[in-house]
Design a protein. Structure first.
Length: 291
């Protein structure tokens, strides 16, 4: 998954740069950003974008996979950011509470900006995770959580293979797989995924959100095609029990590297995705006491 995650992050770079700029606007022109935490940083694509956008800050990539942290360090070095990007191994959610998953006290410290993308939904107690992230903010600090959004689109309704509407059926399969994943997480707690309300319950103020669109029209370049091929392969492997024989056959054609109708060659493949970010600010200590 490491190469796939980095490939996907690089495709999203236009959105990530716009997001970092928006976070700077939300913090305000006079804000002093000294330390940033990227929680669930993966291969560090957004870690490095944040380091570039906030040149005076130490940016810390936090993840439970050492191989992804190695990629983060290598990426930072390639971009000339090695002196300002550090990595921290922490199992989540234990690491949010000052432990590394083995009972060792390794607190992450506080930050002026905390970024977390598609990570909280992998933790059993999502509200508890937001509460813990909020507690790591310095007064006036900003928490930004990328969750929700819209399903990715990449195929026309009728692709001349199998029954029309494959994309919609794949969406349903992924929703089912997501619900199954959530139910099997340790300490899974059902919650209405109203992210602004959840951020308010975590004690944050000025809660809001924004969405940016990645629109790569057909015909796609090789990087986007490789990403979609890996995405469909993962879906084929993980959710084959939820697909009909007809749709499995269609996926096999799409994944065939030699097939003209495959995702690596077909001229009508595109990539359209929406990234939604929810934000909230930790009030200054005197404001918190007044409340």
């Amino acid at each position: 998954m490491a190469a796939h995650l980095e490939n996907g992050g690089e495709l999203q770079l236009p959105v990530l740069h716009r997001t970092a700029a928006r976070l700077g606007e939300l913090l305000g022109p006079g804000a002093e950003v000294r330390r940033i935490l990227d929680i669930g940083s993966g291969p560090g694509v957004m870690t490095c974008v944040l380091a570039e956008a906030f040149a005076g800050a130490e940016t810390v990539a936090v993840d439970g996979a050492p191989v992804l942290l190695e990629r983060t360090s290598a990426r930072a070095e390639r971009l000339g950011l090695g002196g300002r990007v550090t990595v921290r191994h922490a199992e989540l959610p234990e690491g949010l509470h000052g432990a590394d998953g083995q009972g060792t006290d390794r607190g992450l410290g506080t930050a002026d900006l905390i970024w977390s993308s598609k990570t909280v939904h992998h933790l059993g107690d999502q509200q508890g995770a937001l509460n813990a992230l909020s507690a790591l903010l310095r007064p006036g600090g900003l928490l930004a959580v990328a969750e929700g959004g819209l399903p990715m689109r990449f195929l026309p309704r009728d692709i001349a293979i199998g029954a029309p509407g494959l994309q919609t059926r794949l969406d349903a399969v992924q929703e089912h797989s997501f619900a199954r994943m959530r139910a099997e997480l340790p300490g899974s707690v059902p919650v209405v995924e109203d992210w602004p309300a959840m951020l308010r319950r975590a004690g944050l103020t000025g809660v809001g959100g924004f969405t940016y669109l990645l629109d790569l029209p057909a015909p796609l370049g090789g990087t986007a095609r490789t990403f979609l091929h890996a995405q469909l392969t993962r879906l084929r492997d993980n959710a084959s029990d939820l697909l009909t024989a007809d749709d499995l056959g269609t996926l096999d054609v799409l994944l065939d590297p030699e097939a003209e109708q495959g995702i690596l060659h077909r001229p009508d493949a595109f990539l359209l995705s929406a990234t939604t970010v929810f934000t909230g600010v930790r009030a200054a200590d005197d404001e918190r006491r007044a409340r």
